[in-house]
Design a protein around this ligand. Structure first.
Ligand SMILES: [Zn+2]
Length: 285
């Protein structure tokens, strides 16, 4: 999965650290990120790459995180593709890059960029907020309100019945590959209750033997995904929720298309079912 970057180590401990020329930075413009033009991988710039044209860039940089001994910073300046050799490419590349540590760095940076960008003012009194020097937190000097990055819990459910897996396709989205039942946990609800509710809402089925598989941070939507396998309980007639799904079908494991890039938890769970490697979580008998 995209966050599985071993042997590299992602360290998101906040540091109030001044950037140095060798440190890397992430620059976003909408849904694009600045990378080296001639590289087909996501090659992020260092401050020294921009020292000549943008000597002040380093001063306003916000520390983000570290991967091994490489520090990543966020900068707000736009239009840096004016410097020869650098270009903005779609962040969709984060979903296709086989070197997960590069795409994960870019995706987490994008999430933090979105957070800083969407929280410029205090949501309680409307004054401009300041960045804490001690932790990843924004605060309001006028009223004392503090705000931290918000992460929403979401469940992914692999509903199975013997050797059949329930696959879906989303309605009205660009993403047209097979997916699993998925949805946000609501206020006042446990993850297990969210599993039952989402399965009932999206495909009209009841489930039993709900078993947790793995979780995954999913920076693209500010979510933490919790993956579950759940067994069909009773009638197998699928009734799809048409505003959410375009398709809901039972597919035999041998017919499930192989997943090459297992970037998402959904992809890994489908592949684990297909190959029978879900750690004994489901029983095919
Ligand atoms: Zn305030």
């Amino acid at each position: 999965m995209i966050h599985d970057i071993e042997p590299r180590i992602f360290d998101n401990n906040f540091k109030n650290k001044t950037a140095e020329p060798k440190d890397l930075f992430l620059s976003y413009e909408g849904d694009t990120v600045l990378v080296r033009e001639e590289k087909d991988k996501l090659w992020y710039p260092s401050f020294s790459d921009f020292e000549a044209e943008y000597p002040q860039l380093i001063d306003g940089a916000q520390f983000l995180f570290t991967i091994d001994d490489i520090n990543y910073y966020l900068i707000e300046e736009k239009g840096l593709d004016s410097v020869e050799g650098w270009t903005y490419v779609t962040t969709g590349r984060f979903r296709t890059e086989p070197k997960y540590w590069r795409s994960f760095a870019g995706a987490v940076g994008l999430q933090l960029n979105r957070w800083y960008d969407n929280h410029r003012f205090c949501s309680k009194c409307g004054k401009t907020v300041k960045r804490s020097e001690k932790e990843r937190m924004l605060y309001c000097e006028a009223c004392g309100f503090q705000t931290y990055p918000v992460i929403s819990p979401c469940v992914i459910v692999a509903v199975h019945d013997g050797d059949r897996l329930l696959l879906t396709k989303y309605a009205g989205r660009e993403y047209t590959r097979y997916a699993l039942v998925a949805g946000f946990a609501e206020i006042g609800e446990s993850l297990e209750q969210a599993v039952r509710r989402e399965v009932k809402e999206e495909v009209g089925l009841d489930v039993k033997n709900i078993r947790f598989y793995k979780s995954q941070p999913w920076p693209f939507t500010d979510t933490i995904l919790a993956g579950f396998y759940a067994e069909l309980d009773g009638d197998d007639t699928i009734t799809i929720q048409e505003d959410e799904l375009a398709l809901g079908i039972w597919m035999k494991r041998e017919d499930i298309p192989p997943e090459e890039l297992k970037i998402s938890l959904t992809g890994e769970m489908m592949e684990a079912f297909r190959t029978g490697n879900a750690g004994g979580i489901y029983d095919l008998e």
